[in-house]
Design a binder for this molecule. Structure first.
Ligand code: SF4
Length: 356
């Protein structure tokens, strides 16, 4: 593929627009502290800003620096992450904090190249940290930025393929401002994020307000919706799970549920969940002492993961106070009031919240 000529006006216009009209009040802006920037970048992956606004300050209050996070128990990290989804991010976050402390004396490396060697830090996240914190002249390229740049350049390469992805990285790097100051790099990087999030959205972009509209080749050709080009569509596997919601009371009359920690690797690894069965039959077989009509079938819940479509069939069973739980399956009783201290997958948290 021949390399398209690059609009040299792109970087100065983007920087100017970001300073005038871009987002400026987010709590992770206006800091050059790598811990805070890294935390916000990881939280923002595949997650809405409005959701992160809720989690970010709580996380920082409990873990104000990388040492506090490195010292935390995995369960505590998962509990604070509970509801943000994509839980491998939380496991990697914890492992990354431990690596920063153990291998870098508690100080994040300065360059994107070294940052990428840490757990859970990919090329775009590394670039964002290096650009925001140290003014490194390097481009981010997350999903939003791929969309913006592929439209700007009318980039025909198939972004489902590794080769075109690399070409777009090269073009992103070539579009960077010439000899930028650290403040320029902050405004440019933030500008790319803001443009993708607020104007150049996937469906119905607001081209009329776009600061680079006159440079945008997809817009000029009236073909905005044709970009980015991506042939491979994600195929989601469909799966049914039967969840056994075993409920009892302790001697003080406090309600509690029987939860097991999900095995790793796998869906919801490390999180707490009611026992999962592949069919209603296997669930009933695990309860030989209870007739099937003792179980109450609750409304099924659909839940989408990146590669899976889960259909959850919750079955509620009230058992005697101080029941031993689901022997011999490993697990524990968790009081309703202590559920917030445990990392729970979102649909499980919602289900138990409705029952409690
Ligand atoms: Fe995106 Fe429209 Fe701006 Fe082009 S003109 S970059 S399609 S918002």
């Amino acid at each position: 593929m021949t390399r398209p000529a690059l609009p040299r006006e792109f970087a100065p216009r983007l920087i100017d627009w970001q300073r005038r009209a871009g987002r400026s009040g987010l709590p992770w802006q206006h800091t050059r502290e790598p811990y805070r920037v890294w935390l916000s970048e990881v939280m923002l992956q595949q997650t809405q800003v409005s959701t992160v606004l809720d989690y970010y300050p709580r996380f920082l209050t409990r873990f104000p620096d990388v040492n506090a996070l490195a010292d935390a128990l995995p369960d505590e990290v998962m509990a604070l992450w509970s509801g943000l989804g994509y839980y491998s991010r939380a496991r990697n976050l914890h492992r990354c904090a431990q690596a920063v402390v153990a291998e870098h004396g508690g100080v994040f490396p300065r360059t994107a190249e070294t940052l990428q060697t840490l757990p859970g830090i990919g090329a775009s996240t590394a670039a964002a940290i290096a650009a925001f914190c140290h003014g490194e002249r390097i481009s981010i390229l997350d999903g939003n930025v791929r969309r913006v740049l592929s439209r700007l350049l009318a980039f025909e390469g198939d972004l489902a393929q590794a080769g075109p992805q690399r070409q777009l990285w090269d073009l992103a790097q070539a579009l960077l401002p010439d000899a930028p100051t650290p403040d320029d790099m902050t405004a440019y990087t933030q500008g790319l994020m803001d443009l993708g999030a607020t104007l150049c959205q996937r469906s119905r972009p607001t081209c009329a307000s776009c600061p680079v509209q006159s440079l945008c080749r997809a817009h000029g050709a009236g073909e905005v919706q044709r970009f980015p080009v991506k042939t491979r569509r994600l195929m989601r596997k469909f799966e049914r799970w039967w969840l056994l919601l075993l409920r009892s009371r302790d001697q003080q009359g406090r309600e509690r549920f029987w939860l097991q920690r999900r095995p790793a690797p796998g869906i919801w690894a490390g999180l707490y969940c009611p026992p999962v069965f592949a069919s209603e039959q296997t669930l009933l077989e695990a309860l030989p002492a209870h007739p099937p009509d003792a179980l109450l079938a609750l409304e099924p819940v659909a839940h989408s993961l990146t590669h899976r479509e889960l259909h959850l069939h919750p079955m509620l069973l009230d058992v005697m106070p101080d029941s031993p739980g689901l022997a011999p399956h490993a697990g524990q009783w968790v009081e309703t009031g202590a559920l917030a201290d445990h990392g729970l997958p979102t649909p499980v948290r919602q289900l138990l919240g409705r029952l409690a």
